[in-house]
Write a protein that binds this ligand. Structure first.
Ligand code: C5P
Length: 234
């Protein structure tokens, strides 16, 4: 029963893994399926929000009813997200944004050649879009609620928690949805492409934490409830 919880609110969600081109046919990518971001969009729609979904290629269909903005690279995600954020009450950064991109994009397909050395790929850093959204909020809309995601790994649970708290403070977002990584599983095995998720929602102001688990849609519903609570919904 999410109905009406986010009525009248503009919720901006990013989803999927960015693709950073090397040449016209190749890219550096990641294992993000986009399922959690899409589930968040579905939950926000169910809660009555006006939803903008800025998305990299997805393994699942994008939800009907959302305003869709397909992108591929981190820089494209950045311009689409910063533009849409100007009118957003809530920003949820669920996309897996590449931290680096190739410094040069070859105009032609990179070829194997016996007369020249094998190519070396130089990477440059992508901007941290979540941090930029936080910086923009300060100037534009103090009321905007900003939610980040993190897949943490640590030597143990206490270690992972300390790490997540540090990331929350470093990023400066209001809420951080931390994917819990179980013992013996790496973050990518645990999180990517799966249909279920186990998260801890932590808050910059120290509220909570709220634990949620189950399908990605169940996790999304929990995130939407926490957001609605923050926005003062009943
Ligand atoms: O630092 P880390 O990549 O773990 O942070 C994850 C969070 O930051 C996610 O919400 C992700 O969407 C966001 N992010 C971003 N821009 C980047 C890297 C991550 O907005 N360049």
């Amino acid at each position: 029963p999410l109905s009406g919880l986010l009525a009248g609110k503009h919720v901006l969600i990013t989803a999927g893994g960015t693709r950073e081109p090397l040449d016209p046919v190749r890219y550096l990518g990641n294992k993000s399926s986009g399922k959690q971001g899409v589930a968040l969009a579905e939950a926000a729609l169910a809660a009555g929000a006006d939803v903008t979904l800025v998305h990299a290629p997805l393994e699942v269909p994008a939800p009907a009813g959302a305003r869709l903005q397909p992108i591929e690279t981190a820089l494209e995600l950045r311009s689409a997200t910063l533009a849409a954020a100007a009118s957003a009450d809530v920003v949820i950064m669920a996309a897996a944004v590449a931290d680096f991109r190739p410094a040069n994009i070859s105009t032609g397909k990179i070829k194997k050649r016996d007369d020249v050395a094998d190519p070396v790929i130089t990477l440059v850093r992508n901007p941290d879009i979540l941090a930029e959204i936080v910086a923009h909020r300060a100037a534009q809309n103090q009321q905007q609620l900003i939610v980040g995601f993190a897949a943490e790994t640590g030597d143990d649970e206490a270690d992972a928690r300390t790490y997540a708290q540090a990331k929350l403070r470093r990023k400066g977002c209001d809420l951080l949805v931390v994917n819990e990584v179980g013992p013996g599983e790496t973050g990518s095995e645990r999180v990517f492409g799966r249909d279920s998720n186990q998260v801890e929602i932590i808050a910059l102001d120290g509220a909570g934490p709220v634990l949620a688990g189950g399908s990605k849609r169940e996790v999304a519903d929990a995130v939407v409830r926490v957001i609605a609570g923050r926005l003062g919904a009943p």
